[in-house]
Write a new protein. Structure first.
Length: 375
């Protein structure tokens, strides 16, 4: 009867855990006395969620129809707006941008990726960046767009950015879970999963970050189709996951870093998620994470925790990060962006700019680390 925001599954709730849950209005009258009797302290973070949602998406029609040259990176954009923005960049920056599709979603939408970088030499290493695996985490796609904007705007003036775009390609996928993201705009702001149909149950969707072929459907994932962490009927059952996995497999020798953007927790995570164990290249990855978090904090003093996902956040199996690492991509990271629960998935648009600005510092830091040899 409650929608868990943090952690994503009831299995992760143990004594001492802070848990964020969304409760229907009528259910809160039953829940609060129960918490009091059980001596569980609670805080109401958002009293009127409907109002908060309307504040965020209510004024849409007036302002998002601006021309693409005046595209506003400090508001959330619908899937249609993001895709026409991608087309526009593809047309207007042919020297640095190449747009292509890696496949189709369950509902038949193209899965667009932007390839950024100077065609300076025949072979270049690459970095993969994806956002929006979970539909309701809107700050993710906002960051992916911000990253592309920064790359194009500062390429001429910033030596670090010039170096990055000259020596590397960036594959940026602003919205991984296109069907779910679209649904979070039209039907249910807090939708998380994909939108594939399940024949036996009336529930839609699979958790696209539990559907990868690495310790699939083990701890931290659910076999039940109605659960938020449902792993799917089999690994890579979701066309979105299958398409991206296929692309990454094909380019595994070229891609040196995999970065996935989520919300919320303010963490920088690296493998493993599915077990408590140290990765072979731990010292290089740990150093990159430490420096990235330090760089991020230098902007506004926001502290990120960092470490292996299993011990820093919680155990989960079938995640894209673990899969990328297992498939030979040496630097695999998952960012959990702002905040730590005050706004949760409803991070206000006023916080898009500071969140993206600080995250940009971390991403550049990881990328430049990549270009240096780490032993």
């Amino acid at each position: 009867q409650v929608d868990l925001w943090q952690p994503s599954s009831p299995f992760h709730i143990v004594e001492g855990t802070v848990t964020d849950a969304r409760v229907p209005r009528n259910a809160s009258r039953r829940l609060l006395p129960y918490l009091q009797r059980a001596n569980i302290p609670y805080t109401i973070l958002i009293a009127d969620l409907q109002k908060a949602i309307e504040n965020q998406t209510g004024l849409r029609s007036h302002r998002s129809r601006r021309s693409l040259s005046g595209y506003n990176y400090e508001v959330y954009h619908s899937l249609e707006e993001i895709q026409s923005w991608m087309h526009h960049l593809n047309k207007t920056h042919p020297d640095l941008v190449h747009m292509f599709s890696v496949g189709e979603s369950y509902e038949g939408r193209p899965l667009f990726v932007l390839k950024l970088g100077k065609r300076s030499r025949p072979y270049k290493k690459a970095v993969w960046i994806d956002c929006g695996i979970h539909a309701r985490e809107w700050i993710g796609p906002a960051f992916c767009q911000w990253f592309v904007k920064e790359a194009l705007e500062t390429y001429q003036t910033d030596p670090a950015m010039r170096k990055m775009l000259t020596q590397l390609y960036f594959y940026v996928m602003p919205v991984f879970n296109v069907d779910g993201y679209h649904f979070s705009w039209t039907n249910d702001r807090f939708w998380r999963k994909t939108r594939s149909k399940n024949t036996r149950f009336r529930c839609h969707g699979v958790d696209a970050n539990r559907n990868w072929k690495v310790k699939w459907c083990d701890e931290g994932a659910s076999f039940h189709p109605c659960d938020d962490t449902y792993c799917g009927p089999f690994a890579e059952s979701e066309p979105e996951v299958k398409a991206v996995a296929h692309f990454l497999r094909k380019h595994r020798k070229q891609i040196k870093a995999y970065l996935s953007f989520h919300a919320y927790a303010q963490m920088l995570l690296y493998p493993y998620s599915y077990k408590y164990a140290t990765i072979p290249n731990f010292s290089c990855v740990e150093l990159a994470a430490h420096n990235a978090v330090t760089a991020l904090q230098s902007a506004y003093g926001v502290r990120y925790r960092y470490g292996p996902a299993s011990s820093t956040l919680y155990m989960s199996s079938g995640s894209s990060m673990d899969w990328a690492y297992k498939n030979g991509i040496p630097y695999a990271f998952a960012f959990e962006l702002r905040d730590t629960g005050h706004f949760g998935f409803l991070l206000p648009e006023t916080l898009i700019s500071p969140t993206c600005t600080e995250t940009m510092l971390a991403v550049k830091n990881i990328t430049l680390h990549l270009l240096k040899k780490c032993h």
